[in-house]
Design a protein around this ligand. Sequence first.
Ligand SMILES: [Zn+2]
Length: 366
Amino acid sequence: MGSLEIFCAGASIDVLPAKKVKNILVNVFGNGISKKAIMDTKRMFTYAGTEIRFQDSGGYQIYRAEQENREMTFNPDLALIRSDKAINISPKHVVETACRLQPDIMIALDFPVRKISDRGEQEREFLRKLGFNMKWAIETASLRKKYCLNVQLFIPIQCYDLDQFHLFHNSIKYMSYDGLSIPLRNLDLKEIALFLLRFHQLGVKQVHLLGSTSFFVMALSAFFARHFFEWVSLDSTTWRFMAEHQGYSNPYDLSWENIRDEVLVDENIPMICQCPFCENMTFTYIKNLPYADKVAFLRSHNFWVTEKAAEDLYANASNLLTFQRFLRNRSPKTREIDEFVDCLSLIDFFKNEDIGVLKPYFKITT
Ligand SMILES: [Zn+2]
């Protein structure tokens, strides 16, 4: 039985969801680009009493730069650069930042594959990035070994399907690393489940799911943390992003309630949230708060309920019957829950079989 950890991403010394934030995820560009950024990040860790510090690579910023047609260079001899016109990053910058920030875990540099639905295009995109991803994973691992062996290393997986994953995995299987990290933008829930099962079959003990803390992704992670891995972690900036858009996270299933000024709120809706920030509050009171106070309140509430939902999901993932009952009590999405539990029971039943056996059940043709 492993642990399930939720990481707060998008935080800064001025924008934290609580006085104490146990797990924080930072990134190379945002937190390592200058002496001031490094100092502020260290102050944030101290101020928030952070216990586990996670350093994401600059992959997401490369993804954005590519979308925005900015000039991209990967030159270790130039400085780390991020501007409106250009970015520069390399494994050397990632490891240098880790040496300065001293995180507990770091992710190797990666070149994300774009969100594409056409199969042929996906294959071309995967192959176009594969060379970078192999080279950067190997280089990051070798520099980590030399300069900061105390920092755990997770390797990001940039692909669309399991065949592509196997091709990439062949190039890293003799390398020294501590876990895998998987971005979720190109995968649905069943595909994520298959990837996680395959990681488990290959002997991987620790996994990070990048960029989502949605209810079903957390439920899936809770099940895998209870039954397959030593560690499963997730991160997202949703607590902050949704607060800025005046979204209140429902503590039961993390769905969003809009509490903008113009929304009519029924005074009879009870405040079901157990978080310390909602104590003695009403929705009308929250709705009418000045914008800055409302956003600050929502950040705190949103992150608290995300952590609590993860804790509850983990506690109830001991077996599938208990889990299904729990999920049905928490979410009205009965059909999705039943499909989800069917998926988990197949995963459990076929866990020692060739992964190909599962593909037809999951309607995955590649
Ligand atoms: Zn609350």
